[in-house]
Write a protein that binds this ligand. Structure first.
Ligand code: PLP
Length: 463
């Protein structure tokens, strides 16, 4: 046995070694960052994209090989690589000063502040009213002191209501440990990613896509792998591309049908193929189905499959027109849901108690959901009729959702900005959803009259 002083000496020497290794790692990290900045500058000067998946793939492969050779858990290697890639991207972006698509929204806000009346076709919410029963439930609950913290998952009555809802809609019998109520679908997605990307990794996103997916993955230090889809292919994701996109570090794959912004709904067969590929590779399928009540075709759901790693995202925002209530829910595998409940507890304590009663009331008032869906169907028809009059515009007629995503001819640059400045119509530029510079998103959330007015103004600009 070692004496105390012998042990002390040995520990001192090992501590020195740890200290030196850590210092060396920091020096190397700084050196790596400088090289990354140089690469970033060269790419910017040559107008090349900053992200290069091929290079990242090679690095990932090397890291896994090297981890194995050195008896380091490959997951730890992936974690370290995630940090290094994040550091490189952040420094490159800082140097680059990239312009964001929100610039156009800032112009719109300034114009409105100066009293200009705009035709708003950019907003991602409907002008429908929330169910009266949901409003009353909140008021009555407040009067009866339902104004306290609750359990983080959501009160048992709400969990029961969600269970009944998904059983009615999907014949899926969920257990309590598969459900969590959240402040909107957005929070549900973020809390899932916070767990899935806790040690880095990548997520596969099918573009065009809701910008928040990428923003959240980046915020959590994950890598983004894009599967792009094209208007000419009716926004169909190719299964080969999906297979190729899934890497050894991939933690999640997003599906969003009906899609924001395209309105596409893929077939059950395609959905099944994608879900199978993801599942074979142990990738969590995050199926964001918040627009599913707005559809003219059958919408496939992740709840129809028996998967090991999966997450269904639901929301009261669109179907019930309750965006400002901030209410949503997720149904998924118990391991993931448990972590999401922990995150709820950590970041929110719980949903406001009185609003949980609104959610219960909404879940039992489906006539408003049907009414909203019928109205949206008519808006889609009307918007398409108007768009068809503009010969230079091409688009996919939405299968569902609350948006249309048209394209203007290539030679017309900056259409969204010109539409705002010259005609006072706001839309969201296509670059917000991926590499779609000639596209723009029209929201059908406003009245039919406003939509028609806005589209006619587009026609005037394109004449
Ligand atoms: N998912 C998609 C595709 C969306 O478009 C939105 C909002 O626009 C959300 C999720 C988030 O909705 P909420 O957080 O209001 O439930």
């Amino acid at each position: 046995m070692k004496t105390e002083s012998e042990a002390d000496m040995e520990l001192d020497s090992l501590r020195q070694e740890v200290y030196d290794i850590t210092r060396e790692i920091i020096r190397l990290a700084a050196k790596r960052r400088d090289v990354a900045i140089k690469i970033g500058k060269i790419k910017t000067d040559a107008s090349l994209p900053l992200n290069d998946i091929r290079v990242e793939d090679e690095l990932l492969k090397m890291v896994i090989d090297e981890s194995n050779k050195n008896s380091l858990d490959p997951q730890s290697g992936i974690w370290i690589l995630s940090l290094l890639l994040r550091q490189a991207k952040e420094s490159q972006r800082r140097e680059q000063n990239v312009e964001t698509p929100t610039a156009i929204m800032t112009i719109a806000k300034n114009l409105e502040e100066k009293g200009k009346k705009l035709v708003r076709l950019d907003v991602g919410e409907t002008n429908f009213e929330p169910p009266t029963s949901a409003v009353n439930a909140a008021i009555e609950s407040m009067h009866s002191q339902k104004t306290h913290y609750t359990v983080a998952r959501g009160i048992p009555e709400l969990i029961e209501s969600i269970k009944r809802y998904i059983q009615r809609r999907y014949s899926f019998n969920a257990r309590d440990d598969q459900i969590v109520a959240t402040p909107g679908g957005r929070f549900a997605i973020y809390s899932a990613l916070a767990y899935l990307l806790r040690k880095g990794g990548s997520c596969v996103i099918i573009d065009p896509s809701w910008p928040a997916y990428k923003q959240m993955v980046e915020h959590l230090g994950g890598r983004i792998i894009i599967v792009s889809t094209e208007l000419e292919e009716e926004w169909e994701p190719s299964i080969e591309k999906v297979k190729e996109a899934i890497k050894p570090d991939t933690r999640a794959l997003f599906l969003n049908y009906p899609c924001n912004p395209t309105g596409k709904v893929i077939s059950k067969k395609k959905f099944e193929e994608i879900v199978k590929v993801a599942s074979e590779r142990k990738v969590t399928v995050i199926s964001d189905e918040i627009y599913s009540t707005y559809s003219n075709v059958e919408v496939p759901s992740v709840l129809e499959y028996e998967l090991t790693n999966w997450l269904y995202i639901g929301s009261f925002s669109k179907a019930w027109a309750m965006t400002g209530f901030r209410l949503g829910f997720a149904v998924g595998n118990p391991e993931l849901i448990k972590e999401m409940v922990n995150f709820m507890s950590l970041a929110m304590t719980s949903l406001p108690e009185f609003l949980q009663y609104s959610a219960i009331a909404a879940l039992s008032s489906e006539k408003e959901v049907e009414r909203n869906a019928i109205e949206m169907k008519s808006r889609i028809e009307r918007a398409c009729e108007e768009l068809d009059r503009i010969k230079s515009i091409k688009y996919y007629k939405p299968d569902g959702g609350i948006y249309v995503f048209p394209r203007v001819p290539e030679q017309i640059t900056d259409f969204s900005r010109r539409l705002l400045e010259e005609k006072g119509v706001t839309v969201v530029p296509g670059i917000s959803f991926g590499n779609y510079p000639n596209f723009f998103r029209i929201s059908l959330g406003n009245s039919e009259e406003t939509i028609v007015d806005g589209i006619r103004k587009m026609g005037e600009l394109l004449r």
